[in-house]
Design a protein around this ligand. Structure first.
Ligand SMILES: Nc1ncnc2c1ncn2[C@@H]1O[C@H](COP(=O)(O)OP(=O)(O)O)[C@@H](O)[C@H]1O
Ligand SMILES: [Mg+2]
Length: 258
């Protein structure tokens, strides 16, 4: 009673380059913009969400590395961003060592869950690395919900079966309440008929699990990240920004009705 309830949302897909970081950064920004208190947690050693936010990469203990390994109080690591209501835990390249370091620990699946359990936010969005290592198992254990960005390309569906079987085994073992918030179609190219084929296929298989919002391929998105800004701040009128704002609206509406 009285405990603030925080929804932890992992943005995950074992494939790289499908729009995880772009989705994490822009969804977190757009949700903060409607007045929610949001934490963006970067647990990818590449640190693209960290630099995509114009933030210098931290040092080991001032980053998600220290949080994940339980070496530091997350409160001491949280940084303010220039977006009102949006906070961040940055990543460092050191985090790549965490995979190996976690391996030797008996509670290696629940380190992140324990570390962030007492944080008080409306939403924590986790930008996950590719693959199915211990870092991602920690994210799936810490999360209440997941969002799966799916690039509209030929092999998109191939990896999805493997991802869903991983989700199921996480449910069977460490996190029985894990829910898929939605699959997000990204990099949709309306001049490419393959995009339509993939989108139709995914909707046929996964039905209402797929967000109505589709993220188009939009050059402003890649420009924005090279300027250290989410596209929703870099060019709010671009198709990329407008679609992420729409996604935030749809995501929040789904949460209200959940
Ligand atoms: N809708 C889009 N249109 C154009 N470029 C995009 C789009 N989404 C992502 N990108 C670009 O594609 C690359 C990979 O996206 P990213 O979000 O980093 O994927 P991931 O985190 O899954 O590896 C980045 O350079 C990013 O700027
Ligand atoms: Mg990424």
């Amino acid at each position: 009673m009285g405990e603030h309830s925080t929804l932890v949302v992992a943005i995950i897909n074992q494939k790289g380059g499908v729009g995880k970081t772009t989705t994490a950064v822009n969804l977190a920004t757009a949700v903060a913009a409607v007045g929610k208190k949001v934490l963006l947690l970067d647990i990818d050693p590449q640190g693209n969400a960290t630099t995509g936010f114009g933030m210098p990469k931290g040092r080991r203990l001032q980053s998600s590395y220290g949080v994940l390994l339980g070496l530091v109080d997350p409160q001491e690591v949280i940084r303010e961003t220039y977006v009102h209501g949006l906070f961040m835990i940055p990543s460092t390249i050191d985090l790549s060592a965490a995979e190996v370091e976690l391996f030797g620990q008996k509670d290696r699946d629940s380190k992140l869950k324990q570390a962030i359990a007492h944080l008080s936010f409306d939403y924590i969005f986790i930008d996950c690395p590719p693959g199915f290592g211990f870092i991602n198992i920690n994210a799936l254990n810490a999360a209440g919900k997941i969002i799966i960005p799916l690039q509209c390309e030929f092999y998109a569906l191939e990896g999805l079966a493997q991802l869903f079987s991983t989700i199921q085994s996480v449910r069977n073992t460490i996190n029985k309440n894990l829910i898929v918030s939605g699959i997000l179609l990204t990099m949709f190219d309306r001049r490419n008929s393959l995009s339509y084929v993939v989108a139709t296929d995914v909707r046929t298989h996964f039905k209402e699990l797929v967000f109505d919002t589709v993220i188009p391929r939009n050059v402003r998105i890649s420009e924005a990240s090279s300027h250290g800004k989410p596209v929703v701040l870099y060019d709010v009128k671009s198709s990329g920004a407008m679609s992420y704002i729409e996604l935030a609206r749809e995501f929040l509406a789904r949460e209200q009705n959940a």
